[in-house]
Design a protein around this ligand. Structure first.
Ligand SMILES: Nc1ncnc2c1ncn2[C@@H]1O[C@H](COP(=O)(O)OP(=O)(O)OP(=O)(O)O)[C@@H](O)[C@H]1O
Length: 301
């Protein structure tokens, strides 16, 4: 599909439970827009079980011009991973409890505005990461936040309140872990509270760990929050939510094209919000401009 072209055929992957938002009217709205613009459309509703295989075979069978992920960051990551290295762009209709990548891409958070992307948009290429053979499009990390993500996904309660509650409980007893990090241009050895492998900028919660990150510059950042006194926690939190974390004396950033993280303590990790267990060595490489994404037409145009 060419830039600005109205697509002929679209696949919509809808996560019915994402964000605890009722999406029954949404299919109707999408149908109206597609029919108005002469677009062929297919819906796939996720079940939470073997969705990747089902979506992959729908893509092979229907050969859509683009695939829209309708849900939160989890849905976007699953769909995006299937499109890396292909000519098929990823569209996002943000409807999850965390919509981090869509915010970093300046996709409207208002559903009606986001739905306009179906027929009016530009297509751009963004970088993705390969982490021990698994794709990462957004943010992955080791340490404190990964532990909270794991506890949250093991638990029954969803939503930002549950996440904040787990974070507060874990924070009281969490001790920074030792890491050795070798990138293509520098080396870090020491303790860190949190090690974020950042292709993008902010988590779905709006905590911006990598304010200066650029999604298509052929580089990624390893953002470290080093050991800090407990009394400094509120200041760090404030900086995370005011796009100024780089000013904290407890942070450090490594910008690179590839890196090996020696996770000596086998600390838990997540990739784009999904807990993973890799053992000691975590190898990260950038895949420049490997994913096409559908974006709003810039205002200047
Ligand atoms: N029909 C379904 N029933 C239950 N779980 C599902 C279903 N479809 C997808 N899922 C699960 O939903 C998760 C992705 O949700 P997503 O991140 O898009 O929305 P969210 O509201 O932001 O999610 P979260 O609950 O993680 O905050 C995946 O773990 C996936 O397995």
């Amino acid at each position: 599909m060419q830039e600005n072209e109205v697509p002929g055929k679209l696949l919509f992957v809808i996560n019915p439970i994402a964000g605890d938002i009722d999406k029954t009217d949404l299919e109707e709205e999408i149908t109206v827009i597609c029919e108005e613009h002469g677009i062929n459309y297919t819906f796939y509703k996720t079940t939470g079980d073997k969705d990747d295989e089902a979506i992959k075979s729908l893509i092979e069978k229907n050969k859509p011009d683009a695939v829209f992920a309708v849900g939160g960051d989890g849905t976007v990551s699953h769909v995006g991973a299937l499109l890396i290295g292909t000519n098929t762009p990823l569209g996002i209709i943000p409807l999850g409890s965390g919509n981090g990548l869509s915010k970093d891409l300046n996709i409207p958070q208002d559903t009606e505005e986001a739905l306009e992307l179906i027929h009016r948009h530009v297509i751009r290429n963004i970088d993705t990461l390969d982490i021990n053979g698994q794709p990462s499009i957004h943010l992955s990390d080791l340490g404190f936040n990964a532990l909270v993500v794991k506890r949250f996904s093991d638990g029954e309660t969803r939503g930002p309140g549950a996440y904040a509650w787990i974070a507060m409980q874990e924070f009281l007893s969490y001790e920074p872990k030792f890491y050795t990090i070798e990138t293509d241009n520098e080396r870090f050895e020491g303790e860190a509270f949190m090690v974020t492998i950042a292709n993008a900028n902010a988590f779905g919660s709006n905590a911006n760990i990598n304010p200066t990150g650029i999604l298509n510059d052929g580089r990624f950042e390893i953002c470290l929050i080093e050991r800090f006194p407990k009394a400094a926690a509120l200041g760090i939190l404030y900086k995370l939510y005011t796009n100024s974390i780089d000013e904290s004396v407890y942070t450090r950033k490594l910008s690179c094209r590839k890196a090996v993280i020696h996770n000596t303590n086998h600390e838990v990790m997540h990739i784009d919000g999904e807990p993973v267990n890799f053992g000691e060595e975590v190898r990260v490489t950038i895949k420049p401009k490997s994913l096409k994404v559908i974006l709003p037409v810039p205002e200047s145009a």
